[in-house]
Design a protein around this ligand. Sequence first.
Ligand SMILES: Cc1cc2nc3c(=O)[nH]c(=O)nc-3n(C[C@H](O)[C@H](O)[C@H](O)COP(=O)(O)O)c2cc1C
Length: 381
Amino acid sequence: MKLKNCYNFHDFRRLARRRLPRPIFDYIDGGADDELTYRRNTESFEKVDLVPNVLRGVQDADLSVTVMGQKLALPVYCSPTALQRLFHHDGERAVGAAAAKFGTMFGVSSLGTVGVEELRAAYDTPQVYQFYFHKDRGLNSAMIQRAREAGVNVMMLTVDSITGGNRERDLRTGFSIPFRLTLAGMLQFAIKPGWGINYLTHERFRLPQLDAHIDMGSDTMSIGRYFTEMLDPSMSWDDTARMVREWDGQFCLKGVMSAEDARRAVEIGCTGIVVSNHGGRQLDGSRAGFDQLAEIVDAVGDRIDVMMDGGVQRGSHVLKALSIGAKAVGLGRYYLFPLAAAGQSGVERALGLMRDELVRDMMLMGYSSVDQLCRANLRWR
Ligand SMILES: Cc1cc2nc3c(=O)[nH]c(=O)nc-3n(C[C@H](O)[C@H](O)[C@H](O)COP(=O)(O)O)c2cc1C
């Protein structure tokens, strides 16, 4: 299978599986515990039907949205994800370039593999900086300052990861940074030499958001230990309120799932929230973001920009979320598998297919602009 034969999420996923050593594919593809939440994220879109309008003379569709002060040409953005240069040697550079080409926003993870400054300078499109909250408050302030100086547009604090999810696929393969593979995991690398040659012949793997502050990726500090030893599970609403004040700009909480927490996010001055369960990678059994969306939009949608992510594989999924009241929708694996399959061209193909699907589905729905979507378009099974 080649990139030009990829037409949907499943095609890209298949191509990525062929290219990647199994431990890396499983790191992307896997979820927590029984992966129930991971499966439900996509299934939840199937419980809702679209009701189209006909004979409205729609010749094109305006897909642009404004979210957290950023004007995007598409109602989807690339959600921040860790370790992208492990998936393809261009990593965040490929994602940033593709996002810029399609006029949308992309996120850079605290565990990103290209520096936030380099990405900000290279791609003229809104950039999110995804933050993990550390025990060391001085370190937090230094990282906030660095993001500000880089010119990041939106600060996104992930709040669903005060401890790492139980990802059993990773336990089986021994996936960790630095690599500590099981014998079976090593064998999987040996049978994908193409990936290994690429990895070894390109710039050294680094975690530049953290390298300046912590000796990451060495034997003394693995990512597992980073989560358990450096991040602060006692992070509270007061800590977050202080961080919102310190940032003093567009500030978003990623991983809000209850209406009560959404109201508190408004109270402490956040400008956005992402209804998300981290792609089913954290609390298994947690509700799907899409199922929880209406409740949260009803509670705070008039006071804060509500976004959602999780399980989005199709333009029609995006239209359903926008119909409920999401301002924009985050993509995770939808762009990661194409990244792994073919770098920048892969991500561009995936975003291009998404854009085409959105335009086609908008026309078939009888709408010329995404702000016309509303709950009257939907029926629950
Ligand atoms: C491989 C991988 C790495 C991720 N890394 C991060 C991260 O570093 N920070 C974060 O807030 N979310 C991270 N996420 C979660 C995504 O931002 C997003 O919430 C999730 O992938 C959405 O679900 P989807 O993959 O089904 O679209 C990661 C997700 C994946 C699949």
